[in-house]
Design a protein around this ligand. Structure first.
Ligand code: NAX
Length: 326
């Protein structure tokens, strides 16, 4: 890790941008010994709002914040960045089909993949903008000389949501819950796996014996949590998404403790029979030197296999919808 980390954030004037920027600038993403140079990208019509965000960042007087650049050009914003948090994309509007959203947002990630390739030789890209798995696939395919394993998409919010549900049901603190895996797509087909998860080091099923709750209620709750929050708040998850973004990057950087894992969507290496190259959420462990590996050998019940097949089928369909962009 260089002494100063250059971090691009796209959609920086949006809701998640507003929640994540102070946390990056205060050192919560890269730690107390690393200075941060922010490279903020927005659409031309949002540059004025972005200037306001920059004023607020200035007014925080964060000791670790070395510099802030803003731009409406990906080539400029991505110049020399070490990390690119690709948050900006068009939100899904009422009545819009998922395929239309995929087609609408896909071109953004063609352009940003090209720009990363051109401007950033040592970059790790994290896609948060939805549909994040397929957007990451598009960016990766349009930045072919960047090693694919440097692209990931965020399913950490889903992992955190699942942990909170399990802790609530068991009546324990969330820190007692570990080894939760989100398999597949960041969408309503994702499979939040409690079969391999633990509470205080014990299999979840020995602590929560209500199988129907584990297989139906909890899974649906996690799959539909985003929609539930939109229903209650009138807008989508913002600070919990930003928080998950911090967790995602920290988990990629820091060595994972023995026996634990975290979830993120990364290009498949063929593990668990998932098509090679597809951006699929897996259990991961990091070595603390910038590399991760997919945890091997987790058992899947027939129930789990069926869920994984379903989310895999959705991702293969999404890939087909954008095949001309790859
Ligand atoms: P907002 O609409 O508040 O902000 C998005 C910002 O992106 C806007 O300021 C817009 O001007 C900018 N933008 C759009 N296209 C851009 C482009 N080509 N280049 C640069 N900036 C661009 O949305 P927000 O609530 O911040 O959500 C951002 C994205 O995160 C959405 O796609 C959303 O669906 C997705 N989410 C992903 C989550 C995940 O777990 N992976 C969870 C939260 C969230 O739903």
């Amino acid at each position: 890790m260089p002494n100063t980390v250059h971090v691009a954030v796209t959609g920086a004037a949006g809701a998640i941008g507003y929640a994540i920027l102070p946390r990056i600038a205060s050192g919560q993403m890269f730690g107390p010994d690393t200075k941060v140079a922010l490279h903020l990208l927005e659409l031309p019509q949002a540059m004025s709002a972005l200037e306001g965000v920059v004023m607020e960042l200035d007014d925080c007087a964060f000791p670790l914040l070395e510099s802030i650049q803003i731009s409406d050009s990906p080539d400029v914003a991505f110049e020399g960045v070490n990390w690119a948090l690709l948050i900006g994309s068009k939100p899904r509007t009422k009545g819009m089909e998922r395929n239309d959203l995929i087609r609408d947002n896909g071109p953004i990630f063609v352009g940003q993949g090209n720009a990363l390739l051109k401007s950033a030789s040592d970059v790790r890209a994290v896609v948060i903008g939805n549909p994040c798995n397929t957007n990451a696939l598009i960016a990766m395919h349009n930045a072919k000389e960047i090693p694919p394993e440097r692209f990931s998409a965020m399913t950490r919010l889903d992992q955190n949501r699942c942990m909170a549900q399990l802790a609530g049901k068991a009546g324990v603190g969330v820190s007692s819950v570990s080894n939760v895996t989100i398999w597949g797509n960041h969408s309503a087909t994702q499979y939040p796996d409690s079969e391999n998860a633990k509470i205080n080091g014990q299999p979840v099923s020995t602590v929560i014996t209500d199988t129907e709750w584990l297989q139906e209620t909890m899974i649906k709750k996690v799959q539909n949590r985003g929609a539930e929050i939109i229903g209650a708040r009138g807008s989508s998850s913002a600070f919990s998404a930003a928080n998950a973004g911090i967790d995602h990057v920290r988990s990629l950087i820091e060595k994972t403790s023995e026996g634990l894992w975290y979830s993120a969507a990364v290009p498949s290496d063929g593990s668990y029979g998932i098509e090679r190259g597809l951006v699929f959420s897996f259990p991961l462990q990091s070595d603390g030197k910038g590399n991760y590996s997919i945890v091997q050998g987790l058992p899947h019940s027939e129930f789990a296999k069926e869920k994984i097949e379903k989310t895999l089928a959705e991702l293969l369909k999404e890939k087909d919808v954008v095949k001309d962009l790859l």
